[in-house]
Design a protein around this ligand. Structure first.
Ligand code: DOR
Ligand code: ZN
Length: 457
């Protein structure tokens, strides 16, 4: 038997362990064998992994791809080009676009645009506001991956529903079987401090961080866990930035609430000192925390397991919006968010190299768990025979420095990781058996990426 593709001579790593001198065989975009190189079938195309590490394709379930409507920042094509170059095989787009993704026709538009131009597979969240509670079942039917509520004001100014509406939304979403994620910052706390700091002339980038204190995040986590305990909804905490919020998630899990949580590479890597060193380009919501909170995020979140998954919160903005030319200028004139798709694997592999987590733990949090949390497993996030042949080859020993953000593939590539040095990088990205990125070049076709089907839609 000869199959379409064999990748051999790799160390295959899954959450269950690692196998050296191994690889994967693919037929019709599906995995047909995983194992020792010498036991794999003949193939029309054989890729020699050259000793690299092969993992199930990385799933980034939190990106702001900006299409429809904000294409001057990023679009599906550029975001998924960056994903391919970053070793990411599946992305999930956030709904704070223009229009916001709050109705079935807006979701259809988002999916259509993705089908037309994506390089890797994709999905989308839909937003729940006071205006669309009655559309929750229709949005499920329309194929949404999951739901999102913005609890505090952030980029896009999507207004939060009130607490009563959130309870009703949870009941309705519970019936769909899908999960509801939160931008978890208490809006009253952050609005209060934002106004006070502005009135007092506290205009430095670090003041933006302090206007959104840890308590705003922790309180929002605890309130939503209490609501989920009452309603039985499955909930998710996006971008957990602090150890205190991770502790709140752990308490929720202990109480039997189906609460999952993600953190991002930037909260694990930086402390708030980055605001004093790099200024507005590092501005993000929630903000990067102090060293004590970061350490607790590591111990409670990563070591004890409160944090399930890693995602970037890839959020491109133009250099003008990020005040690149005036990094310590009035922070209230800058916008929050920065790109991450091409630095997420390097950051995580560097942390592996530093001994902070194992390769297996990394793969679990960056591929398997996000796929499970959002109902895409085992089609995504596994190397099981019969599932999509998505995998990422990485060189865990490659030392490099991000010297110039024009090396990145987004339309706008402002990032606080500029100038940082890493050990590790994606070298080859394979989506459903097609090589979409190899050794520095995006080689896949725009439009090859397709929507990940969930349920029976
Ligand atoms: O910093 C952020 N940027 N936080 C968010 O919640 C949204 C994001 C964006 O869309 O730019
Ligand atoms: Zn986000």
């Amino acid at each position: 038997m000869s199959v379409d593709l064999v990748v051999r001579n790799c160390t295959v790593v899954t959450p269950a362990g690692r196998t050296s001198d191994a690889g994967v065989a693919v037929e019709d975009g599906t995995i047909v064998a995983v194992g020792r190189s010498d036991r794999l079938p003949d193939a029309d195309r054989v890729v020699d992994g050259d000793g690299s590490v092969l993992v199930p394709g990385i799933v980034d379930a939190h990106i702001h791809n900006r299409e429809p409507g904000l294409e001057y920042k990023e679009d599906w094509e550029s975001a998924t080009r960056a994903a391919a170059a970053g070793g990411v095989t599946t992305v999930v787009g956030m709904p704070n676009t223009d229009p916001v993704i709050d109705r079935p026709d807006h979701l259809a538009l988002k999916f259509d645009r993705g089908e037309a131009s994506a390089h890797v597979d994709f999905q989308s969240f839909v937003v729940v506001t006071s205006e669309n509670l009655d559309l929750i079942p229709d949005l499920d039917e329309a194929g949404a991956l999951g739901y999102k509520i913005f609890l505090g004001s952030t980029v896009g100014d999507v207004p939060p529903p009130n607490d009563g509406e959130i309870l009703e939304a949870m009941e309705s979403i519970r019936e769909t079987g899908k999960r509801l994620g939160f931008h978890e910052e208490n809006g009253e706390i952050i609005d209060h401090y934002t106004e006070r700091f502005q009135a007092e002339g506290k205009n430095d980038p670090i003041d933006h961080s302090h206007s959104r204190p840890v308590i705003a995040e922790r309180e929002a986590v605890e309130r939503m866990i209490t609501f989920a305990e009452e309603t039985g909804a499955k909930i998710h905490m996006y971008h957990v930035s602090s150890g205190s919020a991770a502790e709140a998630v752990a308490r929720g899990k202990d109480r039997g609430v189906d609460v999952t949580a993600e953190t991002t590479p930037h909260y694990l890597w930086f402390t708030e000192d980055v605001m004093r060193e790099k200024g507005n380009p590092a501005r993000i919501q929630p903000p990067i925390r102090d060293a004590e909170e970061r350490e607790k995020l590591w111990t409670v979140g990563m070591e004890q397991g409160a944090i399930d998954s890693i995602a970037t919160d890839h959020a491109p903005h133009t250099p003008e919006e990020k005040m690149v030319d005036d990094p310590f200028g009035n922070t209230w004139e800058a916008i929050s968010g920065f790109v991450g798709l091409e630095t997420e694997i390097p950051v995580m592999l560097t942390l592996v190299d530093q001994g902070r987590l194992t390769l297996e733990e990394w793969v679990r949090r960056h591929s398997t768990r996000p796929a499970q949390i959002w109902g895409m497993y085992p089609q995504k996030g596994s190397l099981q025979v019969g599932t999509d042949a998505d995998f990422t080859l990485v060189d865990p020993d490659l030392e490099w420095t991000l010297e110039d953000s024009s090396e990145l593939h987004s339309k706008n590539s402002v990032t606080p990781f500029l100038g940082e040095s890493f050990t590790g990088k994606a070298v080859t990205t394979v989506v459903r058996g097609e090589v979409v990125y190899d050794d520095g070049d995006v080689v896949g076709e725009s439009g090859y990426g397709t929507r990940v089907r969930v349920d029976d839609d």
